[in-house]
Design a protein around this ligand. Structure first.
Ligand code: TXA
Ligand code: MG
Length: 337
């Protein structure tokens, strides 16, 4: 199959929407990362998403809508708090897990009786959903286990020949996937995956926001995942990634002792002067680090890195999202200096 590269013109978006209606897979831009979209109600199309990514079939897909008001068509009940959060965060990088109805096939929900609903803010994605006239199921458009794509070129690298088309909507604004939450009770939510809608932002509207422990630790053997995605290896480039906790000067001393031709250090922007090893900077604050992390993990493979030490990001705010992706990319290997 030849994978078409489409742009964001109205005629190309109509082509993308028609392909989705016909049951094909299309790489689509969102404000978080690129998605691999299909008609969420078409079981055969949804199964081909899992096939193209090499994704375990019990890992549910997020369903994308043009407007939160459409969520009533695909769920059995929606808590009042979900409407409040939708008012403030939709469209945007927030996914809410809600009880699904029969219009969402089990193939889409990975066998669960819930569905993750998200209303993306990227205008290209929004227009594709409108034109397709159906809910769009879309996981991140990477090969399963590899870093998520934040550009059309990343999607092409992973999916060329396996999907009908890719729509180029530019580089993703946030660079990490949406915040996924579930509802614990009428006033409380649980963060299953941190993203750019942070705990503090949610606390403005919720009495209690629990950070699921698996976000930072990973699961113990036999422990049940609140979100199936927690179980799987993620975001890993070919290189062996290790996270290092320490100050800029501690990281510098560590680099003096551990530099080699194929070892790279991912450090904060501003810390690079006379750095004693091969390095890439990934931003000076958490938002910048979120924006560049996945692209850098991909670049490190092109550079032939075999060992990568990344200075740990902040653990709060958007930093928690970056930390969560990195600790998985590192297979939970952390060196504290
Ligand atoms: O920003 C995003 O969310 C991107 C863009 C394309 O929208 N999508 C994305 O999808 O990251 P994916 O499939 O790569 O990650 C979805 C995560 C998985 O960890 C999955 O287990 C979890 O959300 N999830 C989806 N539906 C769920 C459900 N019903 N209950 C619990 N977790 C769910
Ligand atoms: Mg993913």
């Amino acid at each position: 199959m030849e994978t078409m590269l489409l742009d964001s013109s109205e005629s190309d978006l109509a082509t993308a929407a028609a392909l989705i209606r016909q049951g094909h897979l299309v790489g689509i831009p969102t404000e978080t990362v690129y998605g691999l979209g299909a008609d969420a109600g078409n079981e055969r199309a949804v199964r081909s998403i899992f096939e193209a990514k090499g994704r375990p079939s019990d890992n549910p897909l997020i369903v994308h809508l043009a407007d939160f008001s459409q969520a009533t068509n695909y769920t059995t009940s929606i808590p009042k708090l979900a409407y409040t959060l939708a008012e403030h965060f939709c469209p945007g990088p927030l996914t809410m897990v809600l009880p699904k109805n029969e219009r969402i096939p089990m193939a889409t929900s990975g066998g669960l009786d819930t569905v993750g609903i998200r209303v993306p803010s990227h205008p290209v994605m929004h227009r594709i959903i409108e034109l397709a006239g159906c809910p769009i199921a879309a996981p991140s458009a990477n090969t399963s286990g590899y870093p998520s794509p934040t550009s059309a070129q990343h999607v092409m690298a992973d999916m060329n020949g396996r999907i009908a088309a890719i729509v180029d909507g530019g580089v993703s604004k946030f660079g990490v996937e949406s915040t996924v939450i579930s509802f614990d009770d009428e006033n409380s939510v649980r963060i299953l995956r941190p993203g750019c809608v942070t705990r503090d932002m949610l606390l403005e509207y919720c009495q209690c926001v629990t950070i699921d422990p698996a976000i930072l630790k990973g699961l113990a053997d036999g422990e049940k995942a609140a979100s199936p995605g927690m179980k799987y290896k993620h975001y890993s480039p070919k290189a062996d990634v290790v996270m290092i906790e320490g100050t800029a000067s501690q990281v510098r001393r560590f680099a003096e002792e551990n530099a080699s031709d194929t070892t790279y250090f991912v450090i904060y922007s501003g810390d690079e002067e006379n750095f004693p090893g091969k390095y890439i900077t990934y931003g000076a604050d958490s938002l910048q680090q979120a924006h560049s992390l996945f692209a850098i993990l991909r670049d490190l493979d092109s550079l032939g890195a075999d060992k990568v030490y990344v200075r740990a990001p902040a653990h709060d705010g958007v930093g928690l999202a970056v930390y969560n992706r990195l600790i998985r990319a590192a297979g939970f290997e952390v060196i504290t200096l």
